[in-house]
Design a protein. Sequence first.
Length: 117
Amino acid sequence: VQLQASGGGSVQAGGSLRLSCAASGGGFGSSIMAWYRQAPGKQRELVASVTSGGVTKHANSVKGRFTISRDNAKNTVYLQMDSLKPEDTAVYYCNVRRIVTPRFDYWGQGTLVTVSS
């Protein structure tokens, strides 16, 4: 199984970026796809998640600014990030997991997002 993340980069505060993460090499039905981030010196935190049925959750810190979505046909999860703030600077990781049998938990490589003031 591979998760290929893309879309990171540098942007000024107030700008936008869109992250994508394509999963391959397995079946991903009944799964939860999510984005996490880890800023320097901080623990990894959940940014947003989406179930295969389209139910989403967003961290309070990004509500109203970030939107997670997924395309089940493409096994791809997206994170639209608007009104970016310097505190959004972090390495962003995609994750796909299934909590029912057969369980799995896969991580993609990180993609760096840098927001300058």
